[in-house]
Write a protein that binds this ligand. Structure first.
Ligand SMILES: NC(=O)c1ccc[n+]([C@@H]2O[C@H](COP(=O)([O-])OP(=O)(O)OC[C@H]3O[C@@H](n4cnc5c(N)ncnc54)[C@H](O)[C@@H]3O)[C@@H](O)[C@H]2O)c1
Length: 421
C-alpha cells in the first residue's frame, strides 16, 4: 500500500520504517528539515535499536518530505503521528494535531480519490470524532465516510524496543468511523498475528489512556508497597515475584524503584486528570498514582542524606539520565528531579549516560558529564537512576551506592541501599 505518516518522531518514524520493511511505499512528513535530511540519508534522528538498519535496507521504500500536499496526493492513507504535549495546567495541547489536520484537509480538497486519515497520536477520547473529523470536513469541503475515511489506531510501542513492539504487538486497536476505513486497516494489518480489537473512535482513544493509566498506577502501587517493605526489611522484589505468579496480577510493571517518566505516562496521566476534572468525574486513584510518582525520586536523595547529611560541596555521581535504558529520551526522566534536588542542596554532580548526555545538557549545561560510567565512581557517593546494562559491569566495592533501579551488582558496594527494598 502507499502510506504517508505525518510527524516523524518516535512513533511516526517507527511506524513508517516498519511499514516500509513490510513492503509498503512510505512517505514521511515533518516540519523539521534536519530530521528529513537524516531520514533520506538512511540515518535515524533518534536512537532506537534496529531503526538505522531498516532505514538503510528499505531505503527504496521510504522517503521524507515537508510537503504534506504531495504526500497526500501520492498515498492512499495517512497516519497522523504528531506530538500531543501538555499545557501548563496538564490538559492536552492539540495545536499540532489541529495544524497537521488542517494541512491534510487542504490537501484532501485537491485530491479526487478517496483517502483514509488515521489518528495514531494519543488524544483525549472524543478528539478524532469531534475535532479531527470536523476540521477535515471544514477545510476539505468533503464529507467523512463518503469522500474520505477516519480511523483511530493508538500506538502502544515502548521506546528502546519500539521496532519489536510495533512488529509484534500484544494487540492492535482499530477505532473506525466508517466500514471502508476499518476494512482498509484490517487489510493493512493482515500480516500481524495478534488479536485485533475493532471499536469506535472514542473507545480506541480511551483504550490507550486507560492502558497507560493502569500501568502507571501499577508502578506507583508497587513503589508504595516497596516503601512499606523497606521499613520492615522485607525484600520488595520477593513480594513482586510472589504476587506476579498470580495470573490476575502478572509480574510485569512490578519492579519498584524511583518511578515512571518518559514521553507518555506523565503527560497522558496529566491529560487524563485534567480532562476528568473538566468532566467533573475526578480520577482519584490516578491522581494519587501521580503524587506517589512525584515523591518517589526524592526518596533517593533523602536516603543519601542518611549517609552524607550535608551534601554541600560533596560530589555525587549520577548513573543514568535517560528515563529508561536503551533510549536517549530524557523527557520526564526521574534523574531530572534528583539532579535538581542535589543542586538545591549544593552538591556537585558527575553524571554519565551511554546515550542521553547530549539531551540532558540542554537542561543542565553546567554539571560535569563523564566520558565513561567508571569515571562516575570517583564521586563521594553514587546514585543509580537508570538500569543500563553497562552499569552492571562496574565494580562498586569501596563505594556508597544508593540504588533507584535494583542493580544486583551494586550490592557489593561498601554501603548499599535500595530506594524501596
Ligand atoms: N514516544 C512514545 O513512546 C509513544 C508511544 C505511544 C504513543 N505515543 C504518542 O504518539 C504521538 C507522537 O509521539 P512521539 O513521541 O513520536 O512525538 P515526537 O515529539 O517525538 O514527534 C512528533 C513529530 O511531529 C512533528 N510535527 C509536529 N507538528 C507537525 C506538523 N504540523 N506537520 C508535520 N510534522 C509535525 C515534529 O516535528 C516531530 O518530529 C504522541 O501523541 C504520543 O503521546 C508516543
Amino acid at each position: 500500500m502507499k502510506i504517508s505518516v505525518i510527524g516523524t518522531g518516535y512513533v511516526g518514524l517507527v511506524t513508517g520504517a516498519c511499514f516500509a520493511k513490510l513492503g509498503h511505499q512510505v512517505t514521511c512528513v515533518d516540519l523539521d528539515e534536519h530530521k528529513l535530511h537524516q531520514i533520506n540519508d538512511g540515518k535515524s534522528p533518534i536512537y532506537e535499536e534496529g531503526l538505522d538498519e531498516i532505514l538503510t535496507t528499505y531505503h527504496h521504500n521510504i522517503r521524507a518530505t515537508s510537503d504534506t500536499e504531495s504526500a497526500i496526493q501520492v498515498t492512499e492513507m495517512t497516519f497522523l503521528c504528531v506530538g500531543t504535549p501538555s499545557h501548563d495546567d496538564g490538559s492536552i495541547d492539540l495545536s499540532s494535531v489541529k495544524k497537521a489536520t488542517e494541512h491534510m484537509a487542504r490537501a484532501l480538497h485537491k485530491k479526487s480519490s478517496w483517502h483514509l486519515v488515521i489518528v495514531k497520536s494519543t488524544v483525549i477520547p472524543g478528539t478524532s470524532q469531534n475535532i479531527v473529523l470536523p476540521l477535515l470536513e471544514k477545510h476539505s469541503g468533503k464529507k467523512a465516510g463518503k469522500d474520505f475515511g477516519v480511523a483511530m489506531n493508538p500506538e502502544f510501542l515502548k521506546e528502546g524496543v519500539a521496532i519489536q513492539d510495533f512488529l509484534k504487538p500484544d494487540r492492535i486497536v482499530i477505532g473506525y468511523y466508517d466500514e471502508k476505513s476499518r476494512d482498509m486497516l484490517r487489510q493493512l494489518y493482515t500480516p500481524f498475528s495478534c488479536p485485533i480489537v475493532e471499536t469506535s473512535l472514542s473507545a480506541a482513544e480511551m483504550i490507550k489512556y486507560a492502558s497507560n493509566a493502569f500501568l502507571a498506577t501499577k508502578i506507583s502501587f508497587i513503589n508504595e508497597i516497596g516503601n512499606l517493605c523497606k521499613n520492615l526489611n522485607i525484600d520488595t522484589y520477593a513480594v513482586a515475584e510472589g504476587m506476579g505468579f498470580d495470573k490476575r496480577i502478572g509480574r510485569a510493571f512490578l519492579d519498584s524503584g524511583i518511578g515512571w517518566g518518559g514521553s507518555c505516562f506523565p503527560k497522558d496521566i496529566d491529560a487524563l486528570i485534567a480532562w476528568a476534572k473538566q468532566m467533573k468525574e475526578p480520577v482519584r486513584i490516578i491522581e494519587n498514582a501521580k503524587t506517589v510518582n512525584t515523591d518517589q525520586p526524592l526518596r533517593l536523595v533523602k536516603i543519601l542524606q542518611k549517609h552524607i547529611p550535608k551534601l554541600k560541596g560533596k560530589t555525587i555521581g549520577v548513573l543514568g539520565l535517560a528515563f529508561k535504558p536503551d533510549t536517549d529520551d530524557i523527557r520526564e526522566s526521574r534523574a531530572i528531579p534528583i539532579v535538581k534536588e542535589l543542586l538545591r542542596n549544593g552538591a556537585r554532580i558527575k553524571a554519565y549516560d551511554p546515550q542521553a548526555m547530549e539531551n540532558f545538557k540542554t537542561l543542565f549545561p553546567t554539571i560535569e558529564y563523564c566520558h565513561s560510567a567508571s569515571d562516575v565512581l570517583s564521586a563521594d557517593a553514587i546514585l543509580i537512576t537508570t538500569k543500563w546494562k553497562e552499569f552492571m559491569m562496574l565494580n562498586y566495592q569501596g563505594k556508597i551506592v544508593i540504588d533507584g533501579r535494583r542493580l544486583e551488582q551494586a550490592k557489593n558496594a561498601t554501603i548499599y541501599e535500595g530506594v524501596c527494598w
